[in-house]
Design a protein around this ligand. Structure first.
Ligand code: MRU
Length: 352
C-alpha cells in the first residue's frame, strides 16, 4: 500500500518493524520509532506512543505479523505457540478499545484458514501480512466514509467542541471524530473548533490542536472545565468525539471526560455526535457496564507535563483513562455504514 506524508504508521520496507510516530513527543517533535517485537509493540501501545482505538488496532495487526516473521526466522519450530502468545501480549496491552482484539482475531482466523488448507509457517506469514495491509487499507476507507457522512451533520462555518484526539493520528487517515473537520478543511469549509485539552495526557492540546492547525482549521484550545462556559454562550453547534467501544444499547466508552461533556451538551441542547467504525461496536457488551475501563498510574495527573509535581507528595489519585457515555446522551453514532439514532439497533452487524 502507499503511505502518505501525514500517516502515523507504516510497515518498514523489509517488514521487520512497525514504524510509528512517537505521539508522546508531539507536538514538539515528530519522531518515528521502529517496533521490532511483540514486547516493543505492546509497550508502545501501553505507554501511548501509539494511541487511538483504530490506530492501535492497525498497530496490533502489523505487530502480530512482524512477530510472526521473527518467530519464523528465529524459532520456526514453535511458530504456532509463539503466534498465540505474541497475539495475546499485543492485544492485551490496553483493555478498553476493542480494535486490537478484533485485529488479533482477524489474523488468527486467517492463520487457521491457511493452516487447515495445509499451508506452512512461510505461506501463513505472507498471508498474515496481506491481511494486516487489508485491515489498514479498510480503516483508511472507513475513516473517509465516516468523515463524508459526518460532514452532512455540520454546516460550513460551524463551531464545534472536540475531546481527546480522534484525528488522523488516532486512525489510518482523516480520523473519526475529527474526520469531518479535516476533510471539510480540505474541501474549503471553514470551521471553528474549541479543543478540550484533555487531562491528564493532553491529547487535545498536543495532538488535536496540532492536527487542526496543520489543516488550517480555526482552533481555540481550552481546559476541559471550560466547555460549559462556551456552551452557555450559545457558541456551539455540535460536540464531536471518537470512541473506543460501543455496547449493544449504544453506551459508548471514550476518553475520560467525554461523559461530562455529553451531560453539558444535553443541558445546553447541543447535539452530541460519536464517530466510530462499525468494528468498534462490540456485540458481546450489552451495556456500558460490560466495558472494562483502563486505570492508569496517578502520577500522570500529578507529575507528567509539569516541571514539578503539582500535588502534595503521596496524595492518592484516581486515573481512569476512559468513561462511558450513556446512550441517552448521544444524539447519533456515525459509522461508515450509516448514521444511527436512538434507540440503537446494531443487530444487522452480527456477532464478532
Ligand atoms: O488514550 P487514547 O489517547 O488512546 O484515547 C483515545 C480516545 O479516547 C479516542 O477518542 C478514541 O480512541 C477514538 S480514536 C479515533
Amino acid at each position: 500500500m502507499e503511505y502518505l506524508e501525514n500517516d502515523p504508521i507504516r510497515l518498514s520496507a523489509d517488514r521487520t518493524a512497525v514504524e510509528v510516530i512517537d505521539q508522546r513527543l508531539l507536538p514538539g517533535e515528530l519522531r518515528w520509532v521502529s517496533l521490532r517485537s511483540a514486547g516493543e509493540v505492546a509497550e508502545a501501545i501501553r505507554t501511548l506512543a501509539v494511541r487511538g482505538a483504530p490506530l492501535i488496532g492497525i498497530c496490533a495487526a502489523y505487530g502480530i505479523c512482524i512477530a510472526a516473521a521473527k518467530a519464523l526466522r528465529e524459532d520456526r519450530e514453535h511458530f504456532f505457540e509463539r503466534f498465540k502468545t505474541d497475539s495475546l501480549v499485543i492485544s492485551g496491552a490496553r483493555p478498553t478499545a476493542v480494535d486490537p482484539y478484533h485485529a488479533a482475531q482477524r489474523l488468527r482466523r486467517r492463520l487457521e484458514r491457511q493452516r487447515s488448507a495445509g499451508h506452512g509457517p512461510e505461506e501463513i506469514t505472507e498471508g498474515l501480512f496481506e491481511e494486516a495491509v487489508s485491515l489498514h487499507e479498510e480503516e483508511i476507507r472507513t475513516c473517509l466514509a465516516i468523515s463524508e457522512l459526518g460532514l452532512t451533520l455540520i454546516k460550513d462555518g460551524s463551531t464545534v467542541i472536540t475531546h481527546c484526539n480522534a484525528g488522523a493520528m488516532a486512525t489510518g487517515r482523516y480520523g473519526t471524530g475529527l474526520g469531518p473537520l479535516l476533510l471539510g478543511a480540505e474541501k474549503g469549509y471553514t470551521f471553528h473548533a474549541y479543543v478540550d485539552e484533555t487531562r491528564p495526557l493532553l491529547q487535545g492540546a498536543r495532538i488535536t490542536a496540532f492536527e487542526l492547525m496543520r489543516a488550517g482549521v480555526d482552533t481555540t484550545l481550552m481546559c476541559d472545565d471550560m466547555a460549559a462556559y462556551v456552551m452557555a454562550q450559545g457558541k456551539t453547534d455540535a460536540c464531536m468525539v471518537g470512541c473506543d467501544r460501543v455496547a449493544v444499547n449504544g453506551d459508548t466508552a471514550n476518553k475520560i471526560g467525554t461523559c461530562g461533556l455529553a451531560v453539558l451538551a444535553k443541558h445546553y441542547g447541543v447535539p452530541f455526535y460519536v464517530f466510530c467504525p462499525v468494528s468498534t461496536i462490540d456485540l458481546c457488551c450489552k451495556t456500558g457496564a460490560d466495558i472494562q475501563i483502563e486505570m492508569r498510574d496517578g502520577r500522570e495527573i500529578t507529575g507528567l507535563y509539569f516541571e514539578k509535581p503539582v500535588a502534595p507528595e503521596g496524595v492518592r489519585c484516581l486515573d481512569p483513562s476512559f468513561d462511558v457515555t450513556p446512550a441517552e446522551l448521544i444524539t447519533a453514532i456515525v459509522t461508515e455504514r450509516g448514521i444511527f439514532y436512538p434507540p440503537y439497533d446494531f443487530s444487522a452487524f452480527g456477532k464478532g
